[in-house]
Design a protein around this ligand. Structure first.
Ligand code: ZN
Length: 456
């Protein structure tokens, strides 16, 4: 009953909520460009004032970069930390926009009404779905639904340099039981999703050295070992004929997804043919006994990202090079330990070196995967709540790439997060003519009201 009152309040207030979002979007908070430093701060101050209106005591905390907005409000129930970011991407190339990116407006399109402007979807519109849900809750109940901590970052689009130190220095200020992150998309236009698995990443650069200088193949070809030949053999041996990675122990800490999640994934009806067709491919190249969706969300990979060595310029040169190198990345899942994988990989490469060849390694980052413990009843409660708002049932999904903040909240604050967002695949985030569907904004607010009602 009381949830219905909050939902009705959201419906009745949609026009005013949209006006507030348009005001927020008019602030050009481009974090990567120092010329906009003042405007980024202005956006932080705007949020502090908005939070103040719903009884949240908020402060824009100084950092070496842009401010971090933190607010607290509500009491009783679960303690929840909500994360969003108020900075936006640059707008270049400006000539490809149909309107001023910072003069946002509601537009009619064949697919419905959209809010057009930089940051509409990523992430100001998404961030405001939560704030507006709280506003409606407060209007109906006179209080907020739970102990809420709001964390709004102003550097997400420029590499988040202050985020980790800020989290480390403010553990008490940010303490909570569970994180809520609104910076992701729906699975499909009608299918909401809770992202619960994010792959980690390990980068390695390998340099094989053979002769002490580049040689002429007429003079030395035959007796001299060619490092490109050695490197190519190593790289070609990284996968077996079934597409499995051959690094010893690579799959030791990989876990199978549960039957429940696997059934949800089947129900999503993912079409590997059209997914690959869009990029001119037809047949999944990962592990032969795994679906393409599983390969992206739940399985680790090894990819060769670049190879260098010898002469690759115009014309021809019969060089036998002194060195050859390659850049290799691994996407990691579950409990795979990046450092253990790195050492196993390096040992495998060292073992493959013939006499007269040496190998050197340079590491490029090592981040473990994040996976959320969905046995926490809040996850299933949130999934049901989301399913009640959208035409199709919500699913737990994975993310092939990383969303670093989720890992930081786990590692530094010790909390899992529910990553729930309402972006759509055609929102053109980071591109000209970014938009957020009015439907996403409206249903997004209603979704949070339902979720807060279900989990607080
Ligand atoms: Zn974002």
């Amino acid at each position: 009953m009381s949830l219905d009152a909050v939902l009705s309040r959201i419906d009745a207030d949609l026009g005013a909520a949209t006006d507030r979002l348009l005001t927020f979007l008019r602030i050009p908070s481009i974090s990567t460009d120092p010329a906009y430093k003042g405007q980024v701060s202005e956006a932080a101050d705007w949020l502090v004032a908005e939070l103040g209106q719903i009884g949240v005591d908020a402060t824009a905390h100084k950092t070496p970069g842009h401010p971090m907005v933190v607010g607290h409000g509500g009491e009783g129930g679960r303690s929840l930390l909500f994360y969003g970011h108020y900075d936006v991407q640059p707008v270049d190339p400006l000539e490809l926009w149909d309107r001023d990116p910072f003069d946002p407006a509601i537009e009619d399109t064949p697919k419905g009404k959209v809010i057009r402007g930089r940051g509409a979807s990523d992430d100001k519109g998404q961030l405001m779905t939560f704030v507006e849900a709280c506003r409606a809750w407060k209007a109906v109940h006179g209080t907020l639904p739970a102990r809420l901590t709001f964390l709004f970052e102003g550097e997400e689009e420029s590499g988040s340099p202050s985020l980790v130190p800020f989290l480390e220095q403010n553990r008490d200020l940010l303490a909570a039981d569970l994180g809520l992150i609104c910076d992701t998309a729906l699975y499909g236009r009608d299918t909401p999703a809770i992202t619960t698995m994010l792959r980690g990443l390990l980068g390695e650069e390998v340099t094989v050295t053979g002769p002490s200088r580049d040689l002429h193949s007429g003079s030395y070809g035959g007796p001299a070992m060619n490092p490109i030949r050695v490197l190519a053999k190593v790289l070609a041996g990284l996968h077996d004929l079934q597409g499995r990675v051959t690094v010893p122990g690579f799959y030791d800490d990989v876990e199978e997804v549960s039957e429940q999640v696997s059934q949800q994934w089947d129900a999503l009806g993912f079409d590997a043919g059209s997914f690959l067709g869009e990029v001119g491919l037809s047949s999944p190249a990962g592990e032969a006994d795994r679906s393409a969706l599983e390969q992206i969300w739940a399985r680790p990979t090894c990819e060769i990202n670049g190879i260098k060595g010898g002469y690759a310029g115009a014309g021809f040169k019969t060089v036998l090079p002194s060195q050859a190198s390659a850049k290799i990345s691994f996407r990691l899942v579950a409990a795979q330990d990046p450092l253990k994988i790195r050492e196993s990989f390096r040992q495998m490469v060292r073992d493959a070196m013939p006499p007269d060849c040496t190998v050197e390694f340079h590491g490029h980052g090592a981040a473990p995967a994040s996976r959320m413990d969905i046995s926490d009843p809040a996850f299933e409660a949130a999934r049901k709540a989301l399913s009640g708002e959208w035409p199709k049932d919500a699913a737990y999904v994975g993310a092939g790439g990383s969303i670093p903040v989720a890992g930081h909240l786990q590692q530094i604050l010790g909390i899992d997060s529910m990553l729930i967002g309402f972006g759509k695949g055609d929102d053109q985030i980071h591109s000209p003519n970014e938009k957020y569907d009015l439907e996403s904004f409206h249903r997004g607010m209603r979704s949070w009201a339902r979720i807060l009602d279900a989990i607080s």
